[in-house]
Design a protein. Structure first.
Ligand code: BTN
Length: 272
């Protein structure tokens, strides 16, 4: 648990001014807000999307006291060593409203951004986890909102959390075995400003991306295909083999009895 006090003692080194020189289009900087401390950037982005919806709004925080992941899990968000950002995106501009497709799109773009900046090769664990060397480095949390003023148009709150230089021993003990960061020794050779810009440049588009191409690139990075996995849905868990993804990004698994099943959501685990 990150407390407000943990956040307050840290000198902020991520800023809109620091990100701006690396942006493909400097105009985007107008819609970037960086906070030293926040509860959750997704929550703040949601509030802004209702108050003053602007496609391409980016909320970034040095530290989150209530960072959230899927299934209401906590996303550990200490100061100075992670990238915590949320986008407000309009589904009619992005071209898709299906949360699985948005998540796949974001996961691919985040991996491509990290690969290019850090010169590594990131992988994805279905459906939203960003992995390196079979450890979770980050995650995506996509939420869709409609409000009475928007005539049914959907806005997407796309949250991205990356452990950049969090040291292994700084993670809470209960998650330490499965997580890591891009620079687990705590000495990053890249700045969070550069990484943030690389992600922003790839996420905010003015034209809809080709959904089929996104899914094909997503599939190339899915390291669980062909592996035995445990599927967790609610309070049920069962063994299966991960085979493929379909055109909606759903995971095709083979059950122990030979039946095939397409998973729309849920969580998968595999032995580390
Ligand atoms: C997951 O691992 O299940 C998704 C994690 C998403 C975390 C990011 S950090 C920025 C944004 N704000 C949040 O509260 N969550 C997302």
């Amino acid at each position: 648990m990150v407390t407000r006090q943990d956040c307050e003692v840290f000198v902020i080194s991520i800023s809109a001014e620091g990100i701006k020189p690396f942006l493909d289009s400097p105009d985007i900087a107008e819609n970037i807000k960086v906070y030293p401390i926040i509860g959750s950037t997704n929550r703040e982005a949601r509030e802004q999307a209702v108050r003053n919806p602007v496609h391409g709004t980016v909320i970034i925080a040095d530290c989150q006291t209530q960072g959230k992941g899927r299934f209401d899990r906590v996303f550990f968000s200490p100061p100075g060593s992670g990238l915590y950002m949320s986008f407000v995106l309009f589904s009619d501009i992005m071209g898709f409203a299906n949360p699985t497709a948005i998540t796949a799109y974001a996961a691919v773009r985040v991996c491509e951004a990290i690969d290019s900046v850090c010169d590594i090769n990131m992988s994805i664990k279905w459906v939203n986890d960003i992995y390196l060397n079979r450890k979770k480095i980050g995650g995506i949390l996509a939420e869709a909102i409609t409000d009475s003023n928007s005539h049914g148009a959907v806005k997407i709150i796309l949250g991205i959390g990356i452990n950049v230089s969090t040291k292994t021993n700084d993670f809470p003990e209960e998650i330490r075995r499965g997580v890591s960061s891009l620079y687990p020794e705590g000495n990053p050779s890249i700045s969070r400003n550069l990484l943030a810009a690389a992600i922003i440049n790839r996420i905010i588009l003015t034209d809809a991306p080709d959904e089929r191409e996104v899914l094909s690139r997503y599939k190339e990075r899915l390291f669980i295909l062909g592996s035995d996995i445990t599927v967790v849905q609610g309070n049920k868990a069962y063994e299966a083999k991960a085979l493929d993804i379909n055109e909606y990004g759903h995971l095709i698994v083979k059950m122990k009895d030979g039946q095939l099943r397409a998973l729309l959501s849920g969580d998968v685990r595999l032995e580390l």
